[in-house]
Design a protein around this ligand. Structure first.
Ligand code: MF3
Ligand code: CO
Ligand code: CO
Length: 281
């Protein structure tokens, strides 16, 4: 097993799949309001992917070892849910935060991305967690260039998140992505600079930090005598958790964010500033 380096055709296929994955989130954005259920969100996304885009929802019936088949076309992780929340019939309410994670397959290529949404009016604490997590993802993205190492990405994310007073989930990571949903390498969101795999043009992987307001520990979502659904992960202390995800290509000179579309939130100021400096310089 090793890291797949994508050729020009693979990169073209990934650009399309990733843009489409981002466009699913664009389509959903106006619907993420108090009162809608996550099952309704899933239905909207499923119909759009299958009937409008002609994409395949990668999560539907996805079954890695040790899990039951995933039963939905996206993941909806609300408040203390860290990741892999399964859509259900509980309406979203004012003040909730929700991560929606969409993976499309187009012509065999996988595009994987997620965003946070604030439902109605949220607390300052909740909205700060979401925006700091967005910036943390971008702190990792801007490290991507040939010759850099995966440890540089993890370190940048971890120091930024921890300096803001938050914690980084260790049990889940970014991943290579392409003709398979989850490929090598693992992209940890913590670590030491100068360590781990060296980046090479043509690598494609996700960066998808999960950042907690409280402690970093997680657990299965077992409540009372309800059987575990096999997927939902929550913070052990039930504190809020946020996550953002992009799929990134290593280019000859740096990075290209593949999961972009008309509705993508703009990068943080520090990204545009360094890009502007690079252009002027
Ligand atoms: N999209 C998730 C990721 O970023 C994986 C979801 S797998 C599922 O890797 F089965 F939970 F949907
Ligand atoms: Co992913
Ligand atoms: Co994802």
């Amino acid at each position: 097993m090793s890291i797949v380096i994508k050729d020009a055709a693979g990169i073209a296929g990934m650009r399309t799949a990733c843009r489409l994955a981002s466009e699913v989130l664009d389509m959903l954005t106006p619907h993420i309001v108090p009162g809608i259920t996550t099952r309704q969100i899933d239905q909207l996304a499923h119909d759009y992917m299958v009937n409008v885009q002609g994409t395949v929802p990668a999560t539907l019936n996805y079954q890695p070892p040790g899990h039951p088949p995933y039963p939905a076309s996206l993941c909806t992780s609300v408040n203390e849910v860290v990741c892999h929340g399964i859509p259900n019939d509980i309406p979203l309410k004012h003040g909730d935060i929700i991560n929606i994670d969409v993976t499309t397959i187009k012509d065999g290529w996988h595009g994987d991305n997620s965003r946070m949404f604030l439902v109605g009016k949220c607390s300052i604490a909740a909205s700060r967690l979401c925006s700091v997590t967005y910036e943390a993802m971008w702190k990792g993205i801007v490290k991507v260039k040939p010759g850099a190492r995966l440890g540089d990405i993890g370190h940048a994310i971890q120091t930024f998140a921890e300096n803001a007073g938050y914690t980084v989930v260790r049990e889940f990571c970014g991943h290579g992505v392409g003709q398979k949903f989850h490929e090598e390498p693992q992209v940890l969101h913590y670590g030491r600079p100068g360590t781990l795999e060296e980046l090479v043009p043509g690598m494609i992987f996700t960066i998808e930090p999960m950042i907690n307001l409280g402690r970093r520990d997680i657990k299965d979502d077992r409540k009372g005598n309800r059987p575990y659904d096999g997927w939902t992960i929550v913070t052990k202390d039930r504190s809020l958790s946020a996550q953002w995800e992009h799929t990134i290509l290593v280019t000859d000179t740096g990075y290209e964010v593949l999961t972009l579309s008309a509705g993508s939130p703009p990068p943080p100021d520090f990204v545009t500033q360094s890009a502007a400096v690079a252009t002027v310089g």
